[in-house]
Write a protein that binds this ligand. Structure first.
Ligand code: NAD
Length: 262
């Protein structure tokens, strides 16, 4: 299927690794011009070189910076002549017990996983509407539908974004101008984040990371963790010209892990 977005410009945040990289790669394969961001310049440049080598690649620009800061967002936006496709992403908050989280911990989580995407949406959607085409995909988490106890900062901050997006996506001045805003909810994907959050509990349990993760893998009906590329493919479809009637939705990509009917 031709997704019909070749030549468009995408800003894909936090994309040197993992799910952001998977989304950027899928868009690059469709001939989309892509601006990718991440904090570490070295990994980012290596990813940009990989993306430029993909078949069908158009322009790939890399902007090092922290997307949760005003400067980081300004630099990312300045590198993109216009944002037709916006993929919001940032690192997830740390796990822990809510008794240990002070106001600063909460503000940091809300800044990264709620206010940063809202700022980028604010900076881009009216331009999209004026041009009659726009797609926003927010990478959130399956934890928005089925909260994970020790990821309370993530559950809380991302739910705030989800509630906000539910209202915004339905504004006729956006939905009526072919601008869609959707959330993509990853279940368990085999990325640095998945493995990184398992290191401490695995060590505590006297297990390797793989041993520690095995029961979690077995609990997924698909019997495997997801791959970033397959997450990226769903993101690219949401960004396509074919997905114009799909807005304000929360789409789980989790191998069947969420047990509900809806
Ligand atoms: P990852 O650690 O593999 O990659 C994160 C990427 O974000 C890296 O490129 C990193 O450089 C970049 N990054 C982090 N903080 C940044 C910042 N402040 N500014 C710019 N770039 C930044 O993580 P991932 O697994 O791809 O996860 C992406 C998001 O999805 C996270 O918010 C994570 O919590 C969420 N998530 C992941 C899973 C999973 O199973 N992997 C499940 C649910 C939710």
């Amino acid at each position: 299927m031709d997704l019909g977005i070749a030549g468009k410009w995408a800003l894909v945040c936090a994309a040197s690794k993992g799910l952001g990289k998977g989304c950027a790669a899928a868009l690059v394969r469709e001939g989309v011009n892509v601006v990718i961001t991440a904090r570490g310049a070295e990994a980012l440049q290596a990813t940009a070189a990989e993306l430029r080598a993909l078949p069908g690649a158009a322009e790939v620009r890399a902007v090092a910076g922290d997307i949760t800061t005003a400067d980081g967002r300004a630099a990312a936006l300045a590198a993109c002549p216009q944002v037709d496709l916006l993929v919001n992403n940032a690192g997830g908050p740390p796990p822990g017990d809510f008794r240990d989280w002070d106001r600063d911990a909460w503000i940091k989580a809300v800044d990264a996983n709620m206010l940063t995407p809202i700022e980028l949406i604010k900076a881009t959607v009216d331009g999209m509407a004026a041009r009659g085409f726009g797609r926003v995909v927010n990478i959130t988490s399956g934890a928005v539908k089925a909260p994970i106890d020790f990821l309370g900062l993530s559950n809380g901050a991302r739910s705030g974004l989800t509630g906000f997006v539910a209202g915004l996506a339905r504004q006729p001045r956006l939905a009526g101008a072919n601008v869609t805003i959707n959330n993509l909810l990853p279940g368990a994907f085999d990325t640095d984040r998945l493995r990184g959050t398992a290191v401490a509990p695995a060590a505590k349990a006297g297990k390797t990371v793989d041993e520690f993760l095995e029961p979690r893998r077995q609990a997924i009906p698909a019997r495997r963790f997801g791959a970033a590329d397959e997450f990226g493919a769903v993101c690219a479809f949401l960004c396509s010209v074919h997905a114009g009637y799909l807005t304000g939705q929360n789409i789980l990509v989790d191998g069947g892990a969420y047990p509900g009917t809806f």
